[in-house]
Design a protein around this ligand. Structure first.
Ligand SMILES: NC(=O)c1ccc[n+]([C@@H]2O[C@H](COP(=O)([O-])OP(=O)(O)OC[C@H]3O[C@@H](n4cnc5c(N)ncnc54)[C@H](OP(=O)(O)O)[C@@H]3O)[C@@H](O)[C@H]2O)c1
Length: 325
């Protein structure tokens, strides 16, 4: 498969390693500034460069969109109507309105579109889902998951900028939400959210207590100002699963209630963990599917609706939300 990439920031080298590691090519990169994009292309062995995503139409088999969140929708809309398959970094877009526009475009042309929520593809978490389906954990009581690191406050950096749809929820909190959704197989029926906002107006940290159908709950946190414990716990009536660094999980440990035998699952990444979503995109294209069952469109839309509601409760508004009025 021949990929194009939109954006050339921190995450893109990880994508390049994984795509090339599974035998795909990355042949084109697009950025806003010709000299910056040329420097990246030279440094990473990419032959074609451009400053307009639509220049990728007809040039590649699929495009990985890795701009700041505020740029996902426009990059995707430059490609999807022309039938170009898109793997779009998380979150799919800034809000549910933008996600719907992207889904409509993909539906209209039949192009493949998947949010790059790589965590959902990881073998460890797929195994966790199997265990839950088999009833090994019993009734799920609670999920505890957090993702946070201490980032220097720089108002123009994408993490802190409302213009770029920054904040802990869309950058990091989406991973604990993903784990809770995976475990309960639904978004919460109700939640309480508490957040601290930065001077720039994005959420520096967020704490969410959520209730799910059937009585289970989740305690989820994200932070841009603190290193939070990276080990998630899924507590069931029949046992507890601990997942170190759950968003990039390679391992989990099951401890049955009542002192039975502990079981460990080890699934080291073949490359860096991005390969699973890249291979899934390739399988979908091969099969002529426009959507993946691992990260379906309904999932991305439900997640955007949920994060919109959380932001409304904690008072985080982005300039692009103005399009809603
Ligand atoms: N899956 C993961 O593990 C993971 C990890 C980190 C990030 N991400 C996601 O990947 C995406 C990119 O994150 P990143 O950390 O790579 O971002 P980054 O380092 O800030 O890079 C952003 C890239 O987008 C370009 N860009 C386009 N429009 C821009 C704008 N208006 N302002 C600033 N830059 C702009 C920048 O290049 P120019 O300035 O030259 O245009 C740069 O190449 C985000 O969606 C993020 O959530 C995913």
């Amino acid at each position: 498969m021949r990929w194009g990439v939109v954006g050339h920031g921190r995450i893109v080298p990880k994508f390049l390693d994984a795509a090339r590691g599974v035998g795909h090519e990355v042949v084109a990169v697009v950025g806003r500034d010709p000299s910056r994009v040329a420097a990246f292309a030279t440094g990473h062995g990419i032959s074609q460069t451009g400053i307009d995503p639509s220049g990728l139409v007809g040039e590649v088999d699929a495009v990985y969109v890795a701009t700041p969140h505020s740029g996902h929708r426009d990059a995707a809309l430059a490609l999807l109507p022309a039938g170009v398959p898109v793997l779009c970094e998380k979150p799919m877009a800034v809000n549910a309105t933008q996600v719907r526009q992207m889904l409509d475009a993909a539906r209209g042309s039949g192009a493949f579109l998947m949010e790059a929520m790589w965590t959902r593809h990881l073998p460890v978490l797929r195994r966790l889902r199997e265990w839950i389906d088999q009833g090994r954990l019993g009734e799920i009581r609670t999920v505890e998951a957090a993702f946070g690191f201490d980032a220097p406050y720089q108002p123009t950096n994408r993490l802190w900028s409302p213009e770029l749809a920054g904040g802990s929820l869309l950058d990091l909190g989406i991973y604990p939400l993903t784990l809770a959704e995976l475990v309960f197989d639904s978004t919460p029926v109700s939640f309480e959210a508490e957040a601290e906002l930065s001077a720039s107006g994005v959420d520096t940290c967020l704490s969410l207590k959520a209730e799910f159908t059937g009585g289970g709950s989740a305690d989820l946190r994200s932070a841009l100002n603190a290193d939070l414990s990276p080990t998630a716990r899924v507590v069931g009536s029949a046992g507890v699963v601990e997942i170190p660094e759950f968003w990039r999980a390679e391992r989990m440990v099951f401890d049955p209630v009542g002192g039975g035998r502990t079981e460990e699952v080890l699934e080291p990444h073949g490359i860096n963990g991005f390969e699973y979503q890249i291979l899934e995109a390739a399988r979908c294209l091969e099969a002529g599917r426009s959507e993946s069952a691992v990260v379906p469109w309904t999932w991305s839309l439900a997640m955007a609706e949920l994060t919109d509601e959380i932001r409304a409760r904690i008072g985080v508004v982005y300039p692009s939300d103005g399009e809603l009025q």
